[in-house]
Design a binder for this molecule. Structure first.
Ligand code: PLP
Length: 459
């Protein structure tokens, strides 16, 4: 399998090159040159466990890592999860929560970033190369990325986070990691400042090459690939075609579901749940993709107004017409708005926005009815699915699989507000009292560049 860019200027890349490139060098996003059709294999795959299914799917997309090696990288990646089947499926009446938060940092990002870490380690080792990862996080990505590469020989990771604006638990998850290849930067600024610094550093091609910088943000193709597996897995565990509801921010998670459907997995509908940051809900209602103001909500990982993976969906929506896509993205960059003229003709996807009261209400209802605690992101999905079923006048047999993106103990304030119960998890409880390691820096690009250079020189 080879990879190409949505913008049309990059093609013929091997998987390993796509892995290391992250964002395509023409500023597009990398996608596979063809989408494999698995429909004839489904019969045989139905009984497989999560890891076995991952071991079947990965080689369809990765042909430049030896099959037996790839198989063990996949197995090692998921050995760190504390659930026998890696992911859980919790039935709550007519809805099922697909629990993706059994990895080391308790959010679904572990499913992709544990694998990404192993893939980097292998590919860099084979090539005798090093990589310095620079990332910006508003919460869950930082700790999941750090856990994916901690202790590795060929990788150093630098994660910037906005001082005082990530939750205390999220900060502890990053800054208590003791491995000396992990460098947390507590930036005096907002998450946008962190992200702008990252973009500016990456735009400096000489600096990027000299210091072997790489990225692990959600546009990395390997992250999408890893996420395809759980959609395939859950769809094969249900009767008939499955409908998923996905709490969405950057569109990476739901895009993996879209690809799983195109590969032939039995998937009937994808409901995109957003919080008050509803750019996607507005697009699916009107066809206009228009940047809005970012609102702070109870589900901070979805407080995003520009969904960085949405370009991949648009590329397929435009029948892989790179010119049309590039024009659309340029219009959006210039005007903060671009339109396809009318609501998209796309029966597979719909989107619903869920507000703060509705989020709290679904957490409260689920706790009262089932004694089960939803995290605020999953609660957005739960509410959206219930509402969708009601509006559709659906019969009692109708159901959705709601993607459970985080463990509730990561967001104790929202859970306490909704349910009066304080959620706990031993992994998080174990963090309190551990020494914090992070470097405070001013929100200034030169300070970050200098810190990186000096830290690497001191190794
Ligand atoms: C990252 C994240 C999301 C959003 O996922 P996208 O792939 O960006 O759409 C939702 N919930 C949680 C808990 C997350 O960490």
């Amino acid at each position: 399998m080879k990879y190409k860019s949505t913008r049309g200027q990059v093609s013929g890349l091997a998987f390993s090159d796509a892995l290391l490139m992250g964002l395509a060098s023409d500023n597009g996003l990398l996608v596979p040159e063809t989408i494999p059709d698995v429909s004839t294999k489904l019969e045989h795959w139905r009984g497989l466990g999560f890891v076995e299914l991952a071991q079947e799917i990965m080689p369809l997309f990765i042909d430049d890592i030896e099959p037996t090696v790839l198989k063990s990288l996949v197995a090692e990646s998921y050995a760190t999860f504390d659930h026998d089947e890696v992911v859980g499926m919790q039935q709550l009446d007519n809805l099922t929560v697909l629990e993706l938060f059994h990895g080391p940092t308790l959010a679904f990002k572990d499913v992709a970033l544990q694998l990404l870490g192993k893939l980097f380690e292998h590919v860099l080792g084979e090539r005798g190369e090093r990589l310095n990862i620079l990332g910006a996080t508003s919460g869950d990505t930082g700790s999941a990325a750090i856990d994916g590469v901690r202790g590795q020989q060929n990788v150093d990771i630098f994660i910037m986070y906005p001082s005082g604006r990530v939750s205390p638990l999220q900060e502890l998850q990053m800054t208590t990691v003791a491995d000396d290849n992990v460098h947390c930067i507590e930036l005096d600024g907002s998450f946008d400042d962190c992200q702008n610094i990252m973009k500016t550093v990456f735009a400096d091609a000489d600096y990027k090459a000299k210091y072997q910088l790489g990225a692990v943000n959600s546009v990395n193709w390997a992250r999408v690939l890893a996420q395809i597996v759980y959609y395939g897995y859950a769809s094969l565990r249900s009767d008939g075609a499955t409908r998923f509801c996905v709490p969405t921010g950057n569109f990476g998670n739901v895009f993996a579901a879209y690809l799983a459907q195109r590969m032939g997995f039995p998937i009937a509908h994808l409901l995109i749940a957003t919080n008050d940051n509803d750019i996607l809900a507005r697009f699916f209602a009107t066809g206009s993709y228009a940047r809005g103001e970012v609102h702070q909500t109870l589900s901070p990982a979805m407080d995003i107004q520009v969904a960085s993976n949405f370009e991949r969906f648009l590329y397929y929506y435009f029948d892989q017409d790179s010119q049309r896509l590039t024009q659309f993205m340029q219009d959006f960059a210039t005007n903060g708005e671009a339109s396809i003229g009318a609501p998209p003709e796309e029966a597979l996807l719909s989107s619903v926005a869920v507000d703060r009261q509705q989020t709290l209400q679904s957490m409260r209802d689920v706790h009262q009815r089932f004694g089960y605690i939803l995290d605020p992101h999953t609660a957005v999905g739960y509410f959206a699915a219930q509402q969708w079923l009601q509006q559709a006048g659906a019969d009692a047999a109708s159901s959705y699989v709601v993607v459970g993106t985080a463990h509730p103990a990561k967001f104790p304030e929202a859970v306490v507000e909704a349910t009066g119960t304080e959620p706990t998890h031993p992994t998080l409880a174990a963090l309190s009292g551990l020494p914090k390691r992070s470097q405070p820096l001013p929100g200034d690009i030169d300070a970050v560049k200098t810190y990186l250079v000096e830290t690497l020189a001191a190794k």
